[in-house]
Design a protein around this ligand. Structure first.
Ligand SMILES: NC(=O)c1ccc[n+]([C@@H]2O[C@H](COP(=O)([O-])OP(=O)(O)OC[C@H]3O[C@@H](n4cnc5c(N)ncnc54)[C@H](O)[C@@H]3O)[C@@H](O)[C@H]2O)c1
Length: 383
């Protein structure tokens, strides 16, 4: 067995996603399992080089995990020919400039969504990466989650027959930050810092709908700011300039309609923080992050509307759990492994900067639809 080291500059690892999901649960988890076996007698050994602005914070993470390589100098790490991949999980507003540098330096790149704050920039990045001949990847973690993988299995197995509609409910209460601290960074609530639930969540809905049901062909959305005042990490009040809820209707290629509510100002009366109900002619399913339940046409009850009577049936109990039938790894790690295989072996890969640009496009059109109060077509993108 030969071991091939792949050095990855990881920027934004002091953040929530960069640290927990990408460094600890993906790259370090791959090292803990002994590397990534490529199946050709080679084991790929990811070696992170931590990058960040604040020396003490980056060094603390390196020390905690016994990692030797870290820096506050992004330009220097990009100039290092031994570094093959640049990874970015910085705040959204800082991403495009860093990606431009990485592309110019000829590094393969992998990054969080959204890839940019505007479609124009997202496409410009995708085009310059293509011209530079580098490989690119954008996080699309939700399709690797157990609940959605079970949903995909049902679709592939023909469970639904024709799919009619998809209803998504995402959200939870994000505390304002005064009497209880907020559980999301405050930049999420400032448009000028790249915040907003539409730019945060519509990229996810784009690839979830596209991968499972068909490309989004039109969008009609209402984005709003329910809570206009919040308190930041230092307890200082600020005006929330970004949307904290977005109510969207999406038409899909193939004819299905999806309706997804996204909100940071909703209290959870659901089993999971996101749930999708899919109704097809032959059956329906409700999928969350982990679980998925189904109801077949043959077991569908026949409720009769009569407000004079209490509910006559235990509706929630009339659904059946879809079994795991498989081991499900962390979704972020699963996608990292596929990206590393793509880089090392040139295996097929479709979640690139163009796919990332589709997510930005849907967010941008969603916000425009909301501002203009009308439904907008979503043109197909190409480079
Ligand atoms: N895939 C997902 O499910 C998912 C979930 C949440 C967030 N995200 C994305 O991940 C990215 C990071 O989000 P997060 O919640 O980890 O944010 P965070 O605020 O916790 O972390 C942001 C990181 O960027 C760094 N940074 C660089 N320049 C900065 C600046 N000018 N101001 C502040 N921080 C700066 C911070 O030091 C930190 O390492 C965002 O682009 C977000 O859209 C993805």
């Amino acid at each position: 067995m030969t071991r091939r080291t792949v050095r990855i500059a990881m920027n934004g690892v002091t953040g929530r996603m960069g640290y927990r999901q990408h460094l600890a649960r993906s790259i370090l988890a791959i090292r803990e399992q002994g590397g990534l076996e490529l199946g050709d007698g080679t084991t790929l050994w990811p070696e992170p080089v931590l990058v960040g602005r604040r020396e003490h914070a980056v060094k603390a993470i390196a020390d905690r995990h016994g990692l030797e390589h870290w820096t506050t100098d992004l330009d220097a790490v990009l100039a290092d020919p031994s570094v093959e991949i640049y990874f970015d999980a910085q705040v959204t507003a800082a991403r495009a400039a860093a990606l431009r540098k990485a592309i110019a330096a000829g590094k393969h790149l992998y990054c969080e969504k959204p890839t940019a704050a505007s479609l124009q920039t997202a496409l410009e990045l995708a085009r310059s990466a293509q011209d530079a001949g580098i490989k690119t990847g954008v996080v699309q973690d939700k399709i690797f989650l157990p609940g959605l993988r079970k949903l995909k299995r049902l679709i592939d197995g023909g469970f639904f027959g024709p799919v009619l509609s998809v209803r998504g409910e995402f959200g939870y209460w994000v505390f304002e930050g005064d009497w209880q601290s907020a559980q999301r960074p405050s930049w999420n609530y400032r448009a000028e810092d790249g915040g907003g639930i539409t730019i945060d969540m519509f990229p996810h809905w784009e690839y979830v709908l596209h991968e499972l049901f068909g490309r989004v062909t039109s969008v009609q959305a209402l984005a709003t700011t329910h809570l206009p005042r919040r308190w930041d990490e230092h307890g200082k009040p600020f005006t929330a300039t970004a949307d904290d809820a977005a109510y969207g209707i999406f038409q899909l290629e193939g004819g299905a309609v999806a309706q997804i509510n996204s909100s940071w100002a909703v209290r959870v009366h659901r089993d999971e923080l996101v749930e999708f109900q899919v109704d097809g002619v032959h059956g329906s399913a409700v999928a969350g992050l982990r679980n998925c339940r189904v109801q077949h046409r043959g077991t569908t009850p026949k409720p009769v509307w009569n407000p004079d009577l209490p509910a006559t049936e235990p509706f929630r109990e009339q659904w059946q759990d879809v079994p795991d039938n498989d081991g499900f790894d962390n979704g972020f790690k699963a996608q990292w492994e596929l990206f590393l295989r793509h880089v090392a072996l040139d295996e097929p890969w479709r979640w690139d900067l163009l796919a990332g640009a589709r997510g930005v496009q849907l967010a941008e059109l969603g916000l425009r639809s909301s501002a203009e109060g009308r439904r907008l077509d979503v043109p197909e993108l190409s480079l």
